[in-house]
Every structure is written in C-alpha cells, then in structure tokens.
Design a protein around this ligand. Sequence first.
Ligand SMILES: Nc1ncnc2c1ncn2[C@@H]1O[C@H](COP(=O)(O)OP(=O)(O)O)[C@@H](O)[C@H]1O
Ligand SMILES: [Mg+2]
Length: 623
Amino acid sequence: MSMETTAWMQLHSVMTAQQERRPFDRATLRRIAAFARPYRGGIIRFVLLGVVTALLAVATPVLAGHVVDAIVSGHDTGTVERLSLLIALVAVVEAALGVLGRRLSATLGEGLILDLRTAVFDHVQRMPVAFFTRTRTGALVSRLNNDVIGAQRAFAGTLSGVVSNLVTLLLTLAVMLTLSWQITLLALVLLPVFVVPARRMGGRMARMQREAAALNADMGTRMTERFSAPGATLIKLFGRPEEESAEFTARAARVRDIGVRTATAQSVFMTALTLVSSLALALVYGLGGWFALRGTLEPGAVVSLALLLTRLYAPLTALAGARVEVMSALVSFERVFEVLDLKPLIEEKPDAREVPEGPVAVEFEDVRFAYPAADQVSLASLEEVAVLDSRGGSEVLHGISFRAEPGQTVALVGSSGAGKSTIAQLLPRLYDVDEGTVRIGGADVRDLTAGSLRATLGMVTQDGHLFHDTVRANLLLARPAATDEELWDALGRARLGEVVRSLPDGLDTVVGERGYRLSGGERQRMTIARLLLARQRVVILDEATAHLDNTSEAAVQEALAEALEGRTAVVIAHRLSTIRAADQILVIEAGRIVERGTHDELLLADGRYAELHRTQFTEVTTP
Ligand SMILES: Nc1ncnc2c1ncn2[C@@H]1O[C@H](COP(=O)(O)OP(=O)(O)O)[C@@H](O)[C@H]1O
Ligand SMILES: [Mg+2]
C-alpha cells in the first residue's frame, strides 16, 4: 500500500470515528486491562516485535547512505557487496516479521473478540424477560457484533498503530537528527502546513459522510417499505407517484453531490501530501547537497536523509489521528461494559435448592405485582431513547391468594387484561413478585434453582414460538434425549402428526421465521407437543387452544386432558369444557380474585362467573 493511501485511510478513520470528547474514568481502563491480562505475554512480544521492525525500517536508509559513501570514496567493491547483501537480508527479515506481527495482532484481537462476545452472550441470556420486551433486538445484536468488533479493532489498532508508529517515528527522527539537525528541523516545519488544513477538512468531510449515511439509510427504508406488496398497493391507491419520485431524486442527488466532493477532497488530500513530501525532499537534496559540497555532510547522509524522510510522514499522520482512535476504542469498550453491568433482575440464589420430589402443590399468597420500570431492566441506548422511563408500572395484581393441591387443576377466567397471564408468568419466574410469595411444593420459587424449575414447570402460551430450525430441533428443546418414535408419538397426540408427515422433509423441515410457515393453530399444537414430550409435574396453559378451530380443539383437548392427568395445573381458558373440569375456578377482574368455587357453585351464586358463562365462554362442538 502506498504511503498516500495509508495516510488517507488514517484521515478517513479519524473522520468517521465518533467525535467523543469526554474523559474516561480509570475504572474503564482497569477493566480493559483485566480483559487484556490473559494476553500479557502476546502483547509484550508484539511490542518487542514493533521495536525490532522499526529498527529494521531505519536500517535500510542508513545502509543505503553507507553504500553511496563507499561509492564516492571509490574502488572498494567488497564493502558495496556486503552492504547490499545486508540490505537484502534486512528486507527478508522485515517481510517475515511483518507476517509474524500481523499474525500476533490477529491472535490478540480475535481472542479479545471471543472473550467479550461470550461474556456478553452469557450475560444477556441471563436477563429477565422484561429486558427483552423493552429492548430493540437490532440494537442488542449490534452491541454484540459491532461494538465488540469495534473494541477489538481499536485495541489491536491502538497497539499496532500507536506503539509501532511511535517507535518508528522516534527512531527515524533520532537518526535524522544525528545526520543533520538543521535539515530535519526544516523538513518538519513544512508538516503543519499540510496537517492543519487536512484536519480541518476532515471535520467537514465527516459531517457530509454522516449526512450521506443518513440519506442512504432513509432511501433504503423508503424502498423496502414502498416496494413491498402492501406498500405498493397503498401507493397505487392513495399515493402521489410524481411527488414520491421527486423526493427520492432530491435525496439521491444530494448523495451524488457528497460523493463528488468526497472524491475531490480525497484527491486534494493525496496530492497535497505528495506535494509536501516532494517539497521536503527538494529541501533535503538542495540543502543537503549544499552542505555536502561545503564538506560538512557526507553524500551518503544526504541519501539516508531523503530516504528516511519518506518514512516520516505516514507515522506522523497516523499518530495525529491516534487520539480519536483510542477514544472510539474506549467508547466501544464502554458500550460493551454497559451491557455487562446491567444486573439481571431475576437471578438464582447461590444457595438455591431443588424443587421437592413427588407431586407438588402450587400456592400464591397475597401476591402483589407491578411490571418493572424501564430503567430497572434495560438500557436507554438499547431502546434508542435519551432517558429511560423510571416510573414503575402501576400495580397489576393486588393481593392474589390461592392454592392448587397436588394433582388439582385451577382454572383462571376473567376479562382480557384482568391479569391472568401475569399470574401464570410468576410461576416460572419470568417475573418476580413485589410482595407476597409464590410457592411450588411449599418452597418459595425464588429459593429454587432455575434448572429444577424448568424441569418441573411446563407452559403453553397463546402464541407458541418456534425457532428458525427443524421441527425435530424445536421439539428436542423440550427433551433433548427423545427418540424419533417419542417425537412422532407426541406429534400424533397433539394432532400434528399428519401435518408434519405432509411437510417436504418431515421432521427435518425447517420451520419458524423464514422457514416453512406453520399456521397459528399448528404452532400452538407444536408447543403442546413439546409439553407432552417434557412431561413436567406442573402444567400451565395460557389460552393454549385459542388459535384452534372447534374440530381440532376437541381433538387437542383429549391430548391436553391426558397431559394434565395427575398433574398440578393452572389453566387459563375460555372453553367451557376445560373450565367445567377444573377442581377450582378463580374469577379474576382488575388484578383481584372476585369469585372462587366450582362451576356449579359459581353458577348458583349468579355473579360475574354466571355472566361470563352466558357471554364469553364457548362450547366445543364435538364432531
Ligand atoms: N409486559 C408488560 N408490561 C407492562 N404491562 C403489562 C405487560 N403485560 C401485560 N401488562 C398489563 O398488565 C395487565 C394484565 O395483563 P394480562 O395479565 O396479560 O391480562 P390477561 O391475561 O388477563 O388478559 C394489563 O393491564 C396489561 O396491559
Ligand atoms: Mg392473557
């Protein structure tokens, strides 16, 4: 790569780096040091390598000077041969060390990526559901990718950029000064003439580049929005195509203008850099030649100075941009640490125990709960708002108490928004209560291990989620050791066997986001199949059959009845058959239990339940 291109890239990275100007605390530096600690040996070797490389880089011009002196002093062919052999040797060693250095810095950088990435992934995985309901997935993934890579790049860049450039610069300057301090100083005076306007131009370019990036992003969203079938339909029905085109053209034209100006600026920059170093070179030859003719300087020294000069400007420009680079490295590290510092609201206690053996009871005792405020669970920068909402959500559950004996089924009914799903989510600790206690088998769920809770509780929600993976992988999530036979059995009982058999690759068909699209009802039956596979002791059904039509519901009900057999269950349902079969019915309204009893008792009481019974519940028509 030519000196000019390297210098331009350096200026460019200065331009595009975030222009952060705030001080960094020592704590961040200490934490970076902690991450770098395992790589101590590698870093020391890298710095040493940098010093050796810089020494070799200075050696060639000095040797070349000696060659010229040997020629001028005449006759001694042996010296010239030896010197040129030495120059060749230096070149070979330099090349080898170059590869070695690159390998070493890549090993350090990639190792750091690995460490940061796994740390963030582990941490994010432990965050509560509330965190994910608040966070924009895109922002989070970008934190995992871009910032981690940014941190690595800046770390390696700072190491190789600052350390080796500084050593090269100091050595080159030192050698030049010993050869001729007058010429060196004069050559350096020329530098600011070039660097100062270049940096000023850099700022303007950065603003334009950001504008271009924003315009490009905007055009991108416009195109994806308008070129989708629904968007295109909307434009055809209501749009004003001429105005749309005009607006689009204006943006595209601005991007063109910026492109032209960037190209011009780049060429001006490169030309200026070449010009300045050529002028400095003329100065070295002119002044050096004059000194040499007067006998105060060896002719070889003039050649050495000229060669050294060409190696001076690249590290100078690089170091001029180093401050911004170090800053953006620190910003990336801070953004990664910010995620690592987020305390998971729900954590397993260090002395957590297992769920007691055997059939277990489920118990709520005076439970009060409000959804956590945004600033408790998330980061402003991940939600792309300036400040997080610190208002706690208003209380959703106001003192819920009930008990399902081992093997009993409790049905929750009530209007939508009453708090039924919220009650269900407190059992597997998707959220923790604010007051009161949730118990399983007599133990507070907060004292139990996450693993044993997962093994004890099975939950089917209204919208069963499938990973973008095969049917088999999605099912094995529930029981990794299950055989194909067991999978088919569960699918059959969830009335999904026919559907999966008709898929192009059967169990190996990829379903989910971009895979084969299962319908809402089919997805729900998949989650029911998962439940049948996992065979947990406590079952929670949150409108588990809401997306099924009456015919398939009747069939699935049988499977569910089987799954509930002998198990403790909390069932949220609006189908009369399910509710009627429950040992106890709780009517929930506005976060309170307003009625409780069996179907017959509640009908007799002729209260809210009787009203729901008349208006909301649907009867399954058995085929
Ligand atoms: N993630 C959430 N964050 C804040 N409020 C929520 C959240 N989920 C539900 N709510 C609120 O909690 C209340 C109870 O909701 P939910 O338990 O889902 O009702 P149901 O299942 O009985 O229809 C509603 O007022 C709802 O707006
Ligand atoms: Mg609900």
